[in-house]
Design a protein around this ligand. Structure first.
Ligand code: PMP
Length: 380
């Protein structure tokens, strides 16, 4: 089989695994143990990882809070700001095409008396800084806009949106789960107050991530206990996971440019060949600036489920893995204006570090033949 679902998750890079291994049994100390070498050693490893994350995001290392992933980071950012700043206001602005980890957290705030504006993007998935500016109110405390969309890869104008947010006196959070390690990010320069990321999206382990918080931004902790992470997230630190996240950041920083270039070439070839050889296809979000390693293609007049089944040797997805337990069509694609049938018949191909040219050639052939076979006998 060919794995083209890197947006769902990535394999752990062998260099990351190697960096993690000593931290399970050999150096097993609790990073919060301040009284002996075991603890100090673990604490040092965590400090190194914190530097590696901070360097990737060009931020201050005091600002990195380790979490169990991006879901938790998003929860901490949104609920943490909502609770802390509710004395100023209870209005949040976000986008209808955000990941459920943001949308459902916003719904939670609504249950607690918050008000949320869900901006609607254009047919390419983009929102504008003007839309944000117009949605801001005197009681807006937070704007949360994802850096790059997990389903279609559209990259939002983050710098301009952050500027509009700050002009209105609110804080700016971005769910950068699909952008971190893939795109150069400079938190300070781009005006990002809070940023969520997850190690397993860029060759680190699952179950570990971080929320980067600009100095001066306050948060109400969502996990209370021993006061770890400067009181922002209690719980004994997952040292091997954190070491892995740090290593993944270091590798991404060095390799992201060359990697993006290589993957963009492969992605373009895949996309162009499918569009040229399979009638009734179009790319979702193509007209926007988007991630280099991803294409989301709609195969019109084809039953999406059958298509996925027929392509079972190629691991791709419809919608995001996190919501694929439901049989509903992708809400993201529906918001872009697709019909249910078009959304069901849209496949996301996401490439990654270990994708080869041969795999792409094989995928092109397989997709062309499969769709042709499925369309035989039908009018289109
Ligand atoms: N946000 C986005 C944009 C994502 O793609 C994902 C993973 N599907 C998440 C958040 C959740 O991340 P995690 O798996 O680390 O909880």
């Amino acid at each position: 089989p060919v794995y083209l679902d890197y947006n769902a998750t990535t394999p752990v890079d062998s260099r990351v695994l190697e960096a993690m291994l000593p931290w399970f049994s050999e150096h097993f100390g609790n990073a919060a143990s301040r009284t002996h070498l075991y603890g100090w050693t673990a604490e040092e490893a965590v400090a190194t990882a914190r530097k590696q994350v901070a360097k990737l995001l060009k931020t201050n290392l005091k600002e990195v809070v380790f979490t169990s992933g991006a879901t938790e980071a998003n929860n901490l950012a949104i609920k943490g700001v909502f609770e802390k700043y509710s004395y100023k206001g209870k209005h949040i602005v976000t986008v209808a095409t955000e990941h459920k980890a943001v949308l459902d957290t916003c719904h939670h705030c609504e249950q607690l008396g918050g008000e949320v504006t869900y901006l609607r993007p254009d047919t390419n998935g983009l929102i504008t800084p003007q839309q944000v500016a117009e949605a801001l109110r005197s009681d807006t405390i937070l704007v949360s806009v994802m850096y790059a969309n997990n389903e279609i890869g559209v990259i939002q104008p983050i710098r301009e949106i952050a500027a509009a947010t700050h002009a209105g006196g609110a804080l700016f959070h971005t769910d950068a789960t699909q952008a971190a390690g893939k795109l150069p990010i400079d938190m300070a320069e781009e005006g990002i107050d809070l940023l969520s990321l997850s190690a397993h999206k860029f060759y680190g382990p699952k179950g570990v991530g971080a929320l980067a918080v600009r100095q001066g931004v306050e948060l109400t902790a969502q996990l209370d206990g021993g006061g770890h992470e400067r009181g922002r997230r209690s719980g004994t630190l997952n040292v091997p996971g954190i070491v892995g996240l740090g290593k993944a950041c270091e590798l991404a920083q060095k390799e992201m440019n060359a990697e993006a270039e290589r993957l963009c070439r492969l992605r373009d070839r895949l996309e162009q060949e499918i569009l040229a050889n399979v009638p009734h296809t179009f790319v979702n979000g193509k007209a926007s600036q988007r991630l280099a390693h991803l294409t989301n293609i709609c195969f019109e007049h084809i039953d999406g489920e059958n298509l996925l089944l027929s392509l079972k040797d190629i691991a791709v997805s419809t919608g995001s893995a996190c919501t694929s337990a439901s049989v509903l069509p992708s809400y993201v694609l529906k918001i872009l204006g697709l019909t249910d049938d078009q959304a069901y018949a849209s496949l996301r191909f996401s490439l990654g570090r270990f994708t080869t040219e041969e795999e792409i050639e094989c995928t092109i052939q397989h997709v062309i033949e499969t769709v042709e076979r499925m369309r035989v006998g039908s009018a289109v």
